[in-house]
Design a protein around this ligand. Sequence first.
Ligand SMILES: Cc1ncc(COP(=O)(O)O)c(C=O)c1O
Length: 391
Amino acid sequence: MRFAKRLDQVPPYLFAELERKIAEKHRAGVDVISLGIGDPDLPTPQVVVDALAEAARDPGTHQYPTNHGSDEFRQAGADFYRERFGVELDPASEIVPALGGKEAVGHIAMALLDPGDVCLSPDPGYPPYTSGPLFSGADVHYLPLRAESGFLPDLESIPTDVLARANLLFLDYPNNPTGAVVEPGYFERAVELARANDLVVVHDNAYSELCYDGYSAPSFLETPGAKDVGVEIFSLSKGWNMTGWRVGWVAGNAEVVERYRQLKTNLDSGMFEALQLAGVAALTEARDFPREMSEIYRRRRDLMADALQRIGLAGSSPRATPYIWLRVPEGHTSESFTELVLAEAGVVVSPGPSFGPSGEGFVRISLTVPDERLEEAARRIATSLRVEAGA
Ligand SMILES: Cc1ncc(COP(=O)(O)O)c(C=O)c1O
């Protein structure tokens, strides 16, 4: 058999590799604690589950949906954006369902990029910001995220010849994997850059509802002019513990929304109507649920950040996202530290370079396990470091 070369262009998907390692340890009888994957451990709100069950019993939901999405779903998304962000969206033309944010990232890249184009992707970044463009035949130009710049790409330092070929800029704040939040004025600069260089900005807002310490993440679409140059991807996955459900949307610039929808009419047949009704229930009846989740992650963040500090490790204390971006101890690479904690502590963390070369020197810790497992993980990491130090 011969397979398309595009699949060889991207490294094995990070989490597939992690899952393999976890399975190996499980087979060896190790009680593995996985802090590798950002998959919420707690259930979806009951009203959402009930709404799905009820909708699924109605044969009216059983046929092909449309890629436009139902009126109710688009209206609920638009209402949510107005109430939460003060952003007005025309439900008829400026919002369309996505089967999760990941699908949207990949397909928007396909809808916008031709071979020879450049996609500007954060490094470290969510892996589909690289694979989506590569599958489209485009080149990826990494925008390094450095601690000293608040993990925000330096938009002024992108070479002119790269900008001339670039057609798409991915941004995501609150950020995966660094947990960084956007600085005031940054989105404005992104809009200016896009205007000056005919770029489309795709802001991925997967984590806006998981914020701590009084912080409330903005939408990119709040930025004046944002709708002229881009779209935002929103997902119910993280805020409402709905990763398995695949419910989200793309909103903003009507032309981009329409092109994305057109592409999808050739590839998928839209979101199950019953899921759209469950999504409406999440946005209306479980509107405050992400706030409850945020309180749980805040507690876990404090617990882990304190434990890491006691061990002498320099972890971030993020104001949003369920991720701690941890600098590995002196003498370690991301890979050697990941190997150490897996081998000696049975703890899985994500090595920074799996998110791009600038992730070297870091690992990502996901707070999506119960408190007592986090405490246990911290204890075991401390022991493995003491063992390594010969203490
Ligand atoms: C930055 C970012 N965007 C999008 C997603 C995808 O979320 P989903 O496809 O579940 O909506 C993730 C998941 O981890 C993410 O980290």
